[in-house]
Design a protein around this ligand. Structure first.
Ligand SMILES: *Cc1c(COP(=O)(O)O)cnc(C)c1O
Length: 339
């Protein structure tokens, strides 16, 4: 038995998704005539009220392309110190776009307009010019934390005042939408560009979509080619993304409920020192240094439960499409009797 909670990226495409992919009409997407890629890009853009979309190999690629298109070095990007664009994209902001990163310390990965306002550089030749603000919703390293719509709207109006583009790393934006009272159209209204992962909670095997205005996406298409991300009969994988958007959004609430149940089980474990609040599908907990997190990961693995290390004595569990109630019961029993 293996229960894999390392990430929501580990899901396998379902039989129905594979059948849809198998039947997808294909073309050459570098020439712009793969009907299944076009279908996905149009569907995603329409959901968020954006003019256009661009299908890319990964969320790292959509984020890095967005940063490149929005900016013009020298300059800086403002983001939270926990953000994926800074922490988990290999230093791409400096490498790909030649920018400095202006890190702020938010609340579980979430920034406020006040914080950002204080960070925007004044016009002085000593300082890197602030050129972009990048936010994450939900925030992975914040334990799946969610922004309030009002907080995002305040940041939007601040950015408009300063003529700064605003990007959303929405790798798990649908988790935020399912757990909150705002919609995809609200996100489209707030942000100039949005990156959405199809291969996380939505369960498609490959890819992310970048959304924005028609002129933004036209430029992004050029950068995607330059990054080596132009794919030919990509419709065969894009179809999995379309299927995911059509079938796998509402069910994210099950993942959130199971994450809460895991958190409850962990709260009762003596070797657990604390947990981040569980708002969506991510559970981050800290183990007692007596038992150690590497040892705990190893013990869990021996019993079939795979989890991910998440910093000093911290472990992350992520619920997903292939984690059902039977597996939840088994996992809870294993967690309770681990030591
Ligand atoms: C997974 C993830 C990405 C993109 O990751 P890829 O593995 O490159 O697709 C971007 N941002 C966040 C917050 C993520 O969790």
């Amino acid at each position: 038995m293996k229960i894999d909670l390392r990430s929501d990226t580990i899901t396998q495409p379902s039989q129905a998704m594979k059948m849809a992919m198998f039947a997808a009409p294909l073309g050459d997407d570098v020439f712009g005539d793969d009907p299944s890629v076009i279908e996905l890009e149009e569907l995603a853009a329409e959901m968020f009220g954006k003019e256009a979309g661009l299908y890319c190999a990964s969320g790292t690629m959509t984020n890095q392309i967005a940063i490149k298109v929005h900016t013009n070095a020298p300059g800086e990007v403002i983001c939270d110190e926990l953000s994926h664009v800074y922490k988990y994209e290999g230093g791409g902001i400096g490498f790909n776009s030649g920018l400095a990163t202006h890190l702020l310390q938010g609340n579980r990965g979430r920034l406020t307009a006040t914080q950002i306002e204080a960070a925007i550089q004044i016009d002085d030749i000593h300082f890197p010019e602030t050129q972009l603000v990048s936010l994450e919703n939900t925030c992975n390293k914040g334990g799946g934390s969610i922004y309030e719509l009002a907080a995002l709207q305040e940041i939007q109006s601040l950015c408009q005042t300063h003529n700064l583009p605003l990007h959303l790393d929405g790798a798990r934006v649908f988790n935020a939408l399912i757990a909150s009272d705002y919609t995809a159209l609200d996100m489209g209204n707030v942000f100039d560009s949005i990156s959405v992962c199809l291969s996380k909670g939505l369960g498609a095997p490959v890819g992310s979509v970048l959304l924005g205005s028609a002129t933004f996406i036209k430029r992004a298409r050029r950068i995607r080619k330059l990054f080596g991300g132009g794919m030919r009969q990509a419709g065969i994988i894009a179809k999995g993304g379309t299927y995911a958007l059509q079938h796998n959004i509402e069910r994210l609430m099950e993942d959130h409920a199971r994450a809460k149940a895991l958190a409850e089980a962990l709260e009762a474990c003596s070797y657990v020192n604390g947990l981040l609040p569980v708002d969506t599908n991510i559970v981050v907990f800290e183990v007692d240094s007596n038992v150690g997190y590497l040892n705990t990961l190893e013990k869990l693995k021996q019993q079939g439960v795979w989890a991910a290390p998440f910093g000093a004595n911290q472990i992350r569990l992520v619920t997903h499409l292939d984690f059902d109630d039977a597996k939840l019961e088994q996992t809870n029993a294993i967690l309770k009797n681990l030591y």
